[in-house]
Design a protein around this ligand. Structure first.
Ligand code: AVJ
Length: 314
C-alpha cells in the first residue's frame, strides 16, 4: 500500500474542510486524462509554452551564458514533448550538453528516452528515476554548470509559501551561476483562465473524479462517482483557480483498507487543486525570496505564459 497517499487521504477526508492533493491525480489513468487536457483548445498553457520553446530557444540558450559543456536537468520530465524543441535547437547547433530527465515514473522515463534516441540520435541523455533532490544534490557536486528545467506551470499547484520552500530547496542544491528555467502561468483576462479549467467537454471534471476512482481501486472504497460533481472558480483578485469535488447528496463512503467511514453533507466540498497565476512583478518577488534573480521572462505572443530564466545568487 502507498502509505503517504493513505495518510493524506485519512487526514484530508477527516478534516473539517475536506481536501485531497492534486499530486495524486497522476496515476496511469490520470496521466492519460492530463494528456487529453493538454490537447483541449481551452487549455492554452501547453500551447503557449510550446510556442515559447519553439520560437525562442536561441534567445534562451544565449541568455544562459554558459561557456563550457553543461547539464540540463529536467524535474518531472513527463513526456518531454515541449522540451524537445529546446533540445533540438542545441543539438542542431552542436552545443555540448547532457540531458538529465528526472521523473518518478520509470515508464515515462523509458518512453521519453526511446523517443529521444530515435529523433535526436546525437543527444547525450542520462535519464534518472527517483527523487528530485537526491539527484540534484549529486549533480551539484560536480563542477559542470547546470540548467534546471521546471516547466509546464507545475509551480502553480503550490501556495506561495510552499512555492518559496520548494524553490529555496532547488536553490540550496544548485551552484552559484546555475540557472533555473521555470514555467509559470500569468494573470490574464479571467474568462480565459476560467474556460481553461471549466471546459465544456468536462475533461477536467473527469480528471478530478478519477481521484475517487483511484481511491476505490487502491483502498477498496465505495465512492459512487455519479453522486459527485466538479466545481472550480477563478478569483482574479488573488490569481487563484481552486478546484473541488462536490457531493451531490448526503452520503456515507467506506474506505475499507483504511478503516475509514466518511460522511458527506449534500453539497459538501473536497478541495482538490490550487492553480496559481502570477504577474511578472510577483514572479520577481518569488525569485528574490528564494535567493534567485530573474534574468529574463520569455513570453508567448499572447502574453499568457512565461518561461522565466532565473540565476542562483551568491
Ligand atoms: C499541470 C499543474 C500545470 O494546474 O494547470 C490542468 C494541472 N489541472 N487542469 C494546472 C491541471 C486542471 C495543471 N498543472
Amino acid at each position: 500500500m502507498n502509505t503517504s497517499f493513505a495518510q493524506d487521504i485519512t487526514k484530508g477526508l477527516s478534516a473539517e474542510k475536506k481536501h485531497l492533493s492534486s499530486k495524486y491525480f497522476y496515476d496511469d489513468n490520470g496521466s492519460r486524462i492530463f494528456q487529453e487536457i493538454m490537447q483541449m483548445p481551452e487549455y492554452y498553457l501547453t500551447d503557449s509554452e510550446f510556442e515559447i520553446l519553439s520560437l525562442q530557444a536561441k534567445q534562451i540558450v544565449e541568455a544562459l551564458k554558459f561557456d563550457v559543456s553543461f547539464n540540463i536537468i529536467e524535474l518531472g520530465a513527463g513526456d518531454g514533448f515541449k522540451t524537445f524543441k529546446l533540445l533540438e535547437y542545441l543539438v542542431s547547433n552542436s552545443i555540448a550538453f547532457n540531458y538529465v530527465p528526472i521523473d518518478i515514473s520509470q515508464e515515462a522515463i523509458t518512453i521519453l528516452s526511446e523517443k529521444l534516441q530515435e529523433r535526436l540520435p546525437e543527444l547525450s541523455i542520462k535519464p534518472r528515476v527517483g527523487d528530485y533532490f537526491e539527484i540534484l544534490k549529486e549533480a551539484a557536486k560536480n563542477d559542470v554548470p547546470s540548467l534546471l528545467l521546471f516547466l509546464g506551470g507545475n509551480i502553480g499547484n503550490y501556495s506561495e509559501e510552499k512555492a518559496i520552500e520548494l524553490l529555496s530547496l532547488f536553490n540550496k542544491n544548485m551552484k552559484v551561476n546555475d540557472k533555473l528555467l521555470i514555467g509559470m502561468d500569468l494573470k490574464k483576462n479571467p474568462i480565459t483562465i476560467h474556460n481553461a479549467y471549466y471546459d465544456h467537454a468536462s475533461i477536467t471534471k473527469r480528471f478530478n473524479l478519477n481521484l475517487l476512482i483511484r481511491i476505490n481501486r487502491e483502498f477498496d472504497a465505495d465512492f459512487r462517482i455519479d453522486d459527485f460533481d466538479f466545481y472550480c472558480h477563478y478569483d482574479p483578485s488573488i490569481g487563484e483557480v481552486k478546484s473541488y469535488i462536490v457531493s451531490l447528496k448526503a452520503q456515507t463512503v467506506q474506505i475499507k483498507d483504511l478503516d475509514l467511514t466518511i460522511k458527506f453533507d449534500q453539497n459538501e466540498l473536497i478541495w482538490t487543486e490550487l492553480s496559481k497565476k502570477y504577474s511578472r512583478p510577483e514572479i520577481e518577488v518569488l525569485a528574490q525570496k528564494s535567493n534567485f534573480t530573474v534574468i529574463e521572462h520569455f513570453l508567448d505572443c499572447k502574453y499568457y505564459f512565461t518561461d522565466s530564466l532565473w540565476e542562483k545568487l551568491k
